[in-house]
Design a binder for this molecule. Structure first.
Ligand SMILES: NC(=O)c1ccc[n+]([C@@H]2O[C@H](COP(=O)([O-])OP(=O)(O)OC[C@H]3O[C@@H](n4cnc5c(N)ncnc54)[C@H](O)[C@@H]3O)[C@@H](O)[C@H]2O)c1
Length: 256
C-alpha cells in the first residue's frame, strides 16, 4: 500500500490499459480519478465494487476531454474540490485503435490534427493543470503512455507513431523542467496490447494480432494487466530517483 492516501488522475481510465493502471494504483492505496470522455462514472463504480472490502481508496469518475483546455480545467477544479489536490497523473488517453491504418499520404488531415490534439496537446494540458497542485504538495509523479512503435519505426499509422515520439521527447524535457519541484516525469512504452480499443477494432489490426506475439522474446499476446505493475512502480516511492525515462514493456520486442 505504498500509495496510501495519494490522489491519482488516470486519463482514459474507463477502459483498456488506463483502467488496468487505475485499478493497480487503487490496489496500492491511491484514491483514483477516472477522467474520460466515455463512461467515467460507470467505470468508477464498477472499479470501486471490485476492490477488496478492507481497501480504503475512493474512485471518482469525471467527464474530461483531454484535448479541451476548458474541460481539463473543470476536471481539475472537481479534483481539488473533492480531494484537495493531486499527487499522480497518468496521461493515458489517446486516439489509437480508431485511427486510419495505411500509407501516410492517405491519412485524412483532420484525423492527423485530432490525433495530435488528444495524444500530445492533451498530455500537455493535463500536465499543466496538475503541476500547481503537485508543487503545493511538495512533489508528484507524471506518467505518460508512449508506444513501442517509436523505437521500431512501425509503418502505416504515421500520425499515431509521430504523436508517441513527441511523448518521449515531452517526457524528457518536462522531467528537466520539474525536477527541482520534486515532480518526476516518466513514460511507459507498451507493445501492441489487446486493449478494449484494439479488440473493438480488431479488423483493422489483423496483421498486428497475427505477428506481434512472434516478434517478442516472451512469445505471447500483451494484455493491459502487463502494464499495470510497471506503472505502479514508476508512480511510487520505489522509483523516487527515476525521471525522464521511457520504459518499454512489450515482452522483449523493441530493445531501447
Ligand atoms: N493498445 C495498444 O496496442 C497500445 C500500444 C502502445 C501504446 N498504447 C497507448 O496506451 C494508451 C491506452 O491505449 P488503449 O489501447 O488502452 O486505448 P483504448 O482505446 O482501449 O482506451 C482509450 C481510452 O481513452 C479514452 N479517451 C479517448 N479520447 C479521449 C479524450 N479526448 N479525453 C479523455 N479520454 C479519452 C477513451 O474513451 C478510452 O476509455 C494510449 O495512450 C495508447 O496510445 C496502446
Amino acid at each position: 500500500m505504498e500509495l496510501l492516501g495519494k490522489v491519482a488522475i488516470v486519463t482514459g481510465g474507463a477502459s483498456g490499459i488506463g483502467r488496468a493502471i487505475a485499478a493497480e494504483l487503487a490496489r496500492a492505496g491511491a484514491h483514483i480519478v477516472i477522467a474520460d470522455v466515455r463512461r467515467a462514472e460507470e467505470a468508477a463504480s464498477i472499479m470501486a465494487a471490485t476492490l477488496p472490502e478492507d481497501a480504503s481508496p475512493q474512485i471518482l469518475g469525471v467527464y474530461a476531454d483531454v484535448s479541451s483546455e476548458q474541460s481539463v480545467g473543470e476536471m481539475m477544479d472537481g479534483v481539488r474540490h473533492h480531494f484537495g489536490g493531486v499527487d499522480i497523473l497518468v496521461n493515458n488517453a489517446a486516439l489509437f485503435a480508431e485511427t486510419t491504418g495505411g500509407p501516410f499520404e492517405m491519412i485524412p488531415l483532420e484525423e492527423w490534427r485530432r490525433v495530435f490534439e488528444i495524444n500530445v496537446l492533451g498530455t500537455y494540458l493535463c500536465s499543466r493543470a496538475v503541476t500547481g497542485s503537485m508543487r503545493e504538495r511538495g512533489g508528484g509523479a507524471i506518467l505518460n503512455l508512449a508506444s513501442g512503435t517509436v523505437f521500431k519505426g512501425v509503418p502505416w499509422r504515421l500520425h499515431y507513431v509521430a504523436s508517441k515520439g513527441a511523448i518521449v521527447a515531452f517526457t524528457r524535457s518536462l522531467a528537466r523542467e520539474l525536477g527541482t519541484d520534486n515532480i518526476r516525469v516518466n513514460a511507459i512504452a507498451p507493445g501492441f496490447t489487446m486493449s478494449d480499443g484494439v479488440l473493438a477494432n480488431a479488423e483493422g489490426f489483423t496483421d498486428s494480432i497475427r505477428q506481434s506475439a512472434a516478434s517478442r522474446s516472451l512469445v505471447r499476446d500483451e494484455v493491459p494487466a502487463d502494464l499495470a505493475c510497471a506503472a505502479r512502480f514508476l508512480c511510487g516511492p520505489g522509483a523516487g530517483f527515476i525521471t525522464g525515462q521511457t520504459v518499454v514493456v512489450d515482452g522483449g520486442s523493441a530493445f531501447h
